[in-house]
Design a protein around this ligand. Structure first.
Ligand code: NAG
Length: 227
């Protein structure tokens, strides 16, 4: 979705909508953390109770009473789990609680935009400008987990795309720098294939390989920003 659509959407919002937006101050991350903590605690309590009761041999009647209590507790745990699941689902599916704009993907504190859905190709500088206009920059890939995340998204596209990332050697031939000014090798061990004088911009392909391409070539791109 482009920014004009977002503005239109914002303009369509009633004051009630705006009020609701303010009430959502629980981010999915916080909810996931709380839910996980509650679930894990509940599970451990159930387990501890179960272990304590089953470990000590008791007479038949006491044992039966305790089993009944245990079953009740288990049902309570299951009910809580069910409620939490519903709450979590509601919170994560509410766009007002979303950490990223529409069409952007959240991963580990960042929002990613894969332009593939736009059906539009841009030169490297145009891609960088697009990201900049959307408060982001061409993706700087910092570790293999992030590379795997990006590769996973790329695999979901029907045709494996050629994606501009924030990597260029236009300042000094062969000296590849990420958009944040760091050297290509600073974060992880990466190299750019096919480097030559006229290929100063890097595109990302399958398997995490980076290829040098003419910055004037048209392609898709990945923007990234802090969520
Ligand atoms: C990108 O660079 C080309 C020249 O290489 C220029 O013609 C074009 O206007 C630039 N585009 C943007 C969006 O800056």
């Amino acid at each position: 979705m482009d920014s004009r659509n977002q503005e239109e959407e914002a303009a369509r919002e009633t004051p009630a909508d705006a009020g609701r937006r303010h009430t959502c101050n629980m981010t999915p991350g916080v909810i996931v953390t709380i839910s996980t903590a509650v679930l894990v605690t509940g599970f451990l309590l159930c387990l501890m109770t179960f272990v304590r009761w089953t470990a000590a041999p008791e007479d038949h009647l006491v044992y039966r009473t305790k089993v009944t209590q245990l079953m009740r507790q288990l049902q309570q745990c299951q009910k809580e789990r069910h409620d939490l699941t519903l709450m979590l689902r509601a919170a994560t599916q509410d766009p007002r609680c979303s950490l990223c704009p529409d069409g952007w993907l959240w991963w580990r504190g960042h929002c990613y935009f894969f332009s593939v859905g736009l059906q539009e190709n841009l030169q490297w500088n145009g891609s960088a400008e697009f990201c900049w206009e959307h408060d982001s920059s061409l993706a700087v890939i910092k570790d293999s987990a992030e590379m795997e995340f990006i590769q996973g998204v790329m695999k979901s596209f029907p045709k494996f795309p050629f994606l501009w990332v924030g990597l260029t050697d236009s300042q000094q031939e062969g000296h590849w720098l990420w958009s944040d000014g760091t050297n290509i090798q600073d974060y992880m061990s990466l190299t750019v294939e096919w480097d030559s004088d006229h290929r100063d911009c890097a595109d990302l392909r399958g398997g995490g390989s980076l290829f040098a391409a003419s910055c004037e070539a048209y392609g898709s791109w990945i923007c990234k920003k802090v969520s």
